[in-house]
Structure formats: C-alpha cells, structure tokens
Design a protein around this ligand. Structure first.
Ligand code: PFF
Length: 450
C-alpha cells in the first residue's frame, strides 16, 4: 500500500487544519449572520454549539481519519459497510461550496484591487457594492481569476508554499482585525453597537438562531464534509488529538468573534438598526470601506486588510478544491491535472449563476432563493446536517463511541469532556439535527412559517 503522506508534527497538523478552517466563513459569513440573527444571542448560541457539538464532531472526524488512515468514502465504509453512502454525501458538500466560495473570493479580490489602486474612498459609497455585484463582466472576471488561481495552485502542487506564507500572514490578519476593532470603539455610537454584538437578548432566540448557528459552525470549522477525516488521516499517531482539536476549535472561534467585533458594531454606527436588519451577504464589503474611509491611513490599511483576507480565503478554497480533486483522482483514476480541470469546469457551471444571481439573473429563484443563497443553503442547512446526523448514528449506535474515544486518547490523553462527548453524539446531536432538518423541510414547503 502506498505510504500516506503525513504532517510533520502536531503543530503542522494544527496549522494546516486551521488554514482550511479559517477563511471567508469566519471573516465574511459569521459577521453577517450575527448581524442578521440578533447579535449577542447568535454569538451565545454559536459559542455553546462550538464548545459542545463542534468539539464532539471534530474529535470524531479527526479520530476516524487517523484510525482508518483512509479518505472519507473508504473510511466510512470500513467502519460499517452500510455507511459507504455517507462518504459520497460528504464529498458532494465541498463540490457545492467551491463555486460560490470562489464568487465571494472574487469580491475580496475586487476590493483588494480597488484599495491598492487608491480608490478606497469610492468603495465607501452607498451603491458601490450593489453596483459591483449586480454587474455581469466585472464580478465574473474576478470570480474567474480567483478560481483559476486556486486551480493553478492545486495543479502545480504548491499548497505548501501558500500555507507557509499564510502562517506569517494569518497572525498579521488577526492583529489587524484587533486594531480595526479598537479604532471602531473610538467612533461615537460604537458603544450601542458593541452592546448589540455582545449582550444576548433572549427574546430574539428561536429555532432559526440554532439552525443558522449550527450551519455556520459546520462551515467555519470545515466539519461534516470529509475534510477533517482527510486531515486526520495525515496526522501522526503520536500527536495529541484532543489538544489539537481544542486548538483548532478555539482558534477558529476566536477569529470569527474578532471578525464580528470588527464588522457588527460598525454597522450600527453607519446605518443603525435598520442596517442590521437589512444586512446580508454584502455586510463586510459595505461596512469596512466606510470604516477605512474614516481612518487616517485608511487606504493603505484597507489594501493590506484585503490582501490578508484574500490569503485566508485562498488557503480555504485550496482545501475545498483539493477535497474534490483528490476524490475524483481516486474514483475516476484520472491525473491530478485532468481532475483539477474537471472541477474547474464544474465550478464555472455553478459559479456563473451564483454570481449573476445578484444581478441580471436575480429574478430566477430556487425555492425562493437566488443561486448563491441556494447553494449556501443546500450545503450548510441540508447536506451538512445530514452528514453530521449519519456520522452521529454511525459512531454513537453502530461502531460505538468507545472506538473514537480510544483513538483520541491512545497516547494516554484525557478527553476532558468525555461524558459530554458521549451524550452529545448519541442523543443530543441526533435529536437536534432531526428537528432542524424537519423544520427546514416544513418551512421550505410553506407548511410552517420561517
Ligand atoms: N472553513 C472555511 C471557512 O470558514 O472559510 C470554509 C471551508 C473550508 C468550507 C473547507 C469547506 C471546506 F471544505
């Protein structure tokens, strides 16, 4: 059997997984969901889910990977023959995400070029974002460049180089995020925004909050899509799985919280409550240029910021594409290059409508959603909960949690939340996931109000 490549040490594994986890999910998706779903209450639910369910699922996936040393499809099948299908659903998830992820990556690229060209003030205009994403040629061009860059990195096999650079850039991004947040607090009116972001208002709590927070958690931590199984399969037997899981989970959550801190209170300052309610996928792109426009060296800071975000987005898009490419290589026995080109074509087919759905094709709706929203919904709210549900059933009721706990603690580690882990995987998570899936289905068919 071919020797599997492996990460050098515990740190190599954590950094690679964090590179996949930290991306547009933290910087773009988390803040706008937090703004949309009631601020503090969303944060509260998210943190609880991340520390319980997120931790349990991440431990499970990494342990499955390290134990079987196999790719997701084969790994699920090895654990139980009847669960081979799960690998296929898991494999579809990154294929659905990649196209629209590259559309958003294109938006970041656009803003980076605008700021580098010194036009940052124009980007602060009220209609700038809407006019850009509502266009045809411009957003499609930026999408194409981002997608081609990702594909080239995959074909040339230079991911390692990119990851090395991002190891330096990632801490810089975090420092900048903190710096920008601190600056925002000096603007009058920031206090109200901060309160909105941090204090949970339980009257805004609903099943919808949990649904949104859970989908976000899967997306942000790269869970329920086979990625962590793949990464786990590269992890050395000696490393502490429990420690690594904690580090990835905590790091990913901190970056998301910081990104929200930078974006959500600023919405309050510039557009008040109304801005929060009407905020959507463009939130980060609409608010931040306004913040930069007020800063003394805003143009340079803005340019630097979008360069860093671009890197975070690239390390994630690489891992999304790699997941799909390696699966195609395995299954269809194609070369790396051919597989990458196939995936590129696929990403164009789904990416073009995702981009045009914000403009010329806005009238075309799938279940009432534009293309991008639909693909986001399909992956985060349908496919990932399904994969998570079957993973819980497989581990909790077929294989047994002992197998996973055994793998996670085989170097004598303690699984700090062991009982919690078992209760979550066997009972809490499956029930919650079924409730969510039923709720979504009923809501989509108009049987209950959403
Ligand atoms: N977790 C990444 C983010 O937060 O941006 C997104 C992502 C990475 C999704 C890898 C899917 C994936 F397979």
């Amino acid at each position: 059997m071919k020797e599997r490549s492996s990460f050098t040490g515990g740190m190599g594994f954590v950094i690679a997984s964090a590179g996949s986890a930290v991306g547009l999910g933290n910087l773009w998706r988390f803040p706008y969901l937090a703004a949309q779903y009631g601020g503090g209450i969303f944060i509260f639910v998210y943190i609880i889910l991340a520390l319980t369910f997120g931790f349990a699922l991440m431990t499970t996936e990494i342990a499955i990977g390290r134990k079987t040393k196999l790719s997701p499809i084969a790994a699920y099948k090895t654990l139980d023959k009847r669960f081979g299908f799960l690998g296929y659903i898991a494999a579809i998830v990154p294929a659905v995400i990649l196209p629209y992820y590259c559309v958003i990556g294109g938006w970041v690229l656009k803003y980076m070029t605008v700021f580098i060209a010194g036009d940052g003030t124009a980007a602060a205009g009220d209609s700038f974002f809407g006019e850009f994403v509502g266009g045809t040629a411009s957003p499609l061009t930026f999408f194409a460049v981002f997608l081609i860059a990702t594909t080239l990195i995959i074909i040339l096999g230079v991911e390692k180089g990119i990851e090395k650079v991002s190891k330096i850039l990632m801490p810089l991004l975090i420092l900048m995020t903190i710096g920008i947040s601190i600056y925002i607090f000096t603007i009058p009116g920031a206090g109200e925004g901060l309160k909105y972001y941090l204090l949970p208002d339980f009257s805004k709590f609903s099943l919808k909050t949990i649904c949104a927070a859970m989908g976000q958690m899967f997306f942000s931590m790269s869970l329920a899509m086979g990625i962590m199984i793949t990464y786990g399969s590269y992890a050395k037997d000696e490393i502490s799985l429990t420690k690594s899981t904690n580090q990835i989970e905590i790091f990913d959550t901190i970056v998301a919280l910081l990104a929200g801190l930078m974006v959500v209170p600023a919405v309050y300052i510039f557009s008040g409550e109304a801005g929060l309610e009407s905020s959507g996928a463009g939130l980060m792109f609409i608010t931040l240029p306004k913040v930069f426009a007020q800063m003394a060296a805003g143009k340079i800071i803005g340019a630097l910021f979008f360069i860093l975000v671009l890197f975070a987005a690239l390390t994630s898009s690489i891992s999304i594409m790699e997941a799909v490419v390696s699966m195609i290589m395995d299954k269809l026995k194609l070369s790396r290059k051919m597989s990458a080109l196939l995936v590129l074509v696929w990403a164009v087919i789904l990416g073009v409508p995702s981009s045009l759905g914000n403009g010329p094709w806005a009238s075309i709706k799938l279940l009432g959603m534009d293309f991008l929203t639909f693909f986001d919904f399909l992956s985060n709210s349908v496919l990932m909960p399904l994969v998570a549900l079957f993973t819980c059933i497989l581990v909790g009721w077929v294989v047994g949690t002992d197998t996973i706990v055994g793998e996670a603690t085989k170097n004598g580690e303690r699984l700090g939340r062991k009982t919690l882990y078992e209760v979550i995987i066997k009972y809490i998570a499956p029930v919650l996931l079924v409730v969510i899936l039923v709720f979504y289905t009923l809501a989509q068919f108009g049987i209950i109000k959403y």
